[in-house]
Design a protein around this ligand. Structure first.
Ligand SMILES: [Zn+2]
Length: 83
């Protein structure tokens, strides 16, 4: 019976990893579009940066929104320190 529990845990584990990777890919695609100033929702050049939290040498939370639709998203970006 234990082998089934193990298989079930493996299935759940790989499922959540796949979901996480998909989530990262989605975020990456959105960030690519936003870096060009394009809204990932309405595909217009209407993205504006409205908030940056953190800074210096650490992760930064950067918030973008679209001025045409209600797209609003935050991304954490690693602040790299080059000395
Ligand atoms: Zn938009």
């Amino acid at each position: 019976m234990q082998i089934y529990i193990l298989l079930l845990l493996l299935l759940i584990g790989s499922g959540s990893i796949a979901a996480y990777l998909y989530y990262l890919k989605e975020k990456g695609d959105e960030l690519d579009a936003i870096a060009k100033g394009i809204c990932p929702y309405c595909s217009k050049k209407s993205i504006e940066l409205y908030d940056i939290r953190g800074g210096g040498c650490g992760p930064r939370i950067v918030s973008y929104r679209c001025t045409l639709c209600d797209y609003d998203n935050s991304f954490s970006i690693d602040g790299s320190c080059n000395f």
